[in-house]
Design a protein. Sequence first.
Length: 309
Amino acid sequence: MQTKPFRIGTRGSPLALAQAHETRDRLVAAHGLSPDMFEVVVLSTKGDRITDRSLAEIGGKGLFTEEIEQQLLSGELDFAVHSSKDMPTKLPDGLFLSAFLPREDIRDAFIGRTAPKLMELPEGVTVGSSSLRRQALIRRLRPDINVITYRGQVETRLRKLSEGQVDATLLAYAGLKRLGMTDVPTELLDAEEFPPAPAQGAICLESRIGDNRVNDLLAAIDDARTHEAVACERGFLATLDGSCRTPIAGLAISDGTHIRFSGMILTPDGLTHHRVAIEGRSADAEALGQKAGEEIRAKAGPGFFSSWT
């Protein structure tokens, strides 16, 4: 019987803490445990400490997980809570994504200072984003505006916007909702025209393979449809070697039996893009995502990917 608290690893941003507390609350409700049986352990990651350069320059998505995963592997943590879209497709040996919470809204939120909508921005203004996907999609729709790399926690980016460092920025609406900031967006972007990052809006739990005590605990709050959808999207991403160096969008929707996926790849300048759509059994989610990745890679041709390096 568990006598000491389960140790939950997380980053220290307000959004990361909100996600860790939501996870704890769901586990308390599912198992009838006291909140005291869960200890939230905050760790600083390299991705949090280095904010003056793009993720592509300093090593990609793993920068938000490395320190946490080291403590998971050593047994200092029982499990970790992450934003699924921040997770590399290849995890350290011995770890896996064991559960997903119900997915939030997958759309991107536009926050405009000069104009309330992306398509209404004056020519030549500056939009800041840390995401290569968002940067490429903005350039595809608005090649006349200046897009710059713009990193930091949600609050930092909004402060820079209010100070006039940029005319607009984009954030995941899911994160704003979890922070109680639904009044911040000036426009919610259509997911067909401005497709989300793979796994956007989904919180995942990472734990040790074979740790049945912890994995059984987490299984009680695993949302099967989110799990299937994210497996499909991560299969697509992995087939394309997706990282923070590549503009890739993808969204899967599962009803528990059937799954539909649509994906897009773009050149960083947004001038060229390709789409793919596929559907099949939810049980084959990951394989379907991989197949979609192979199809879009063949459609684009080898020359397309040289622009990503």
